[in-house]
Write a protein that binds this ligand. Structure first.
Ligand code: SF4
Length: 310
């Protein structure tokens, strides 16, 4: 039997947003998606080695995941996502991603698509072009895209519905982690924050488990001129949830240009709710972060007149 083509997907950046679409599309085409492991110190250090100093921590981690995959698979999946609509744009590090990877790892074989609505590159057409590289049957490719897209949308709806239920839970303090999905769910960046908040008996609410369209509309109440799509979604989630939560954690990796502006905007515009700004860098230790989270939860508890049990 012919061996399946192995397509490596780096567990970083937009993987956390589009993972259901990507993995199902590759599977439906008869190839084997291989996801790099959870971020660990070795992946981080290799990512740092293969990045410029000025890169943000999230992109350095991504490079570590590419490095882990590159000699284990036939292709590494590195899309270029530049804009989702005529009115937005992603961070420059995201739309330069395939070029950065190809210029860092010479000879690496990439599978890529180019989502850029501002320049007429739609997701469907780009996926069909990409799919034909793995499977020559156009009908199989069209069907793979449709099935993968439906599963992604169902996954997102399910996540949102579960979170709405959590918001109805009146027993616990609710804290929104306002961050990019790739920071929130990364084992070294957001996981320790989430884990410690849960240990402090709070309910963690996520900015990416909300309808994307509703979030983008809501973000206009805070800023009409913001054009970074992923920051629009985070800001919109803050606006949508602000009356249902007890505190907000702005979780950012160093040095992130979009977040530094948007976090400042958020702090100035969102009143009457405690906000903590946590900036994670390569040298981050957990002890300092625990102290900050404990103080933050203490402040919220005192404000609500809640006694916190440890
Ligand atoms: S938005 Fe910030 S964290 Fe994300 S890739 Fe750009 S600089 Fe890095």
């Amino acid at each position: 039997m012919k061996a399946k083509i192995r397509v490596g997907i780096p567990r970083g950046l937009l993987y956390y947003k589009h993972k259901v679409l990507w993995t199902n599309f590759i599977k439906e085409l008869g190839a084997d998606p291989i996801i790099s492991p959870e971020t660990n110190k070795e992946i981080l250090n290799n990512g740092i080695k293969h990045s410029i100093d000025e890169g943000c921590l999230s992109s350095k981690i991504y490079m570590g995941h590419v490095d882990w995959l590159r000699n284990r698979v036939d292709y590494v999946f590195v899309p270029r996502v530049a804009s989702y609509s005529k009115n937005d744009q992603t961070c420059v590090r995201l739309f330069a991603l395939p070029d950065i990877v190809e210029n860092t790892f010479y000879g690496i074989k990439l599978l890529k698509y180019n989502l850029d609505i501002q320049n007429g590159k739609t997701e469907k057409v780009e996926f069909l072009k990409l799919g034909l590289k793995l499977n020559k049957n156009i009908f199989t490719v069209i069907s793979a895209y449709k099935k993968a897209k439906i599963r992604q949308l169902e996954y997102e709806k399910g996540q949102e519905a579960r979170q709405i239920k959590l918001l109805e839970n009146v027993g616990k303090l609710k804290i929104l982690i306002a961050s990019h999905s790739y920071n929130t769910y990364d084992k070294l960046i957001g996981f320790p924050v989430k884990h410690y908040l849960e240990k402090l008996n709070t309910e963690v609410i996520y900015a990416d488990r909300v309808s994307k369209n509703n979030a983008i509309k809501a973000s206009c109440k805070i800023s009409k001129s913001l054009y970074w799509s992923h920051n629009q979604e985070i800001l919109g989630a803050v606006e949508l949830y602000k009356d249902k939560i007890d505190g907000i954690i702005l979780l950012t990796t160093f040095p992130c240009g979009p977040d530094s502006l948007v976090n400042d905007l958020c702090i100035r515009k969102i009143k009457n709710i405690p906000i903590a700004y946590i900036l994670i860098d390569e040298l981050q230790g957990e002890a300092g972060m625990h102290t900050r989270l404990e103080s933050f939860v203490d402040i919220i508890s005192a404000r609500k007149g809640v006694t916190r049990c440890r």
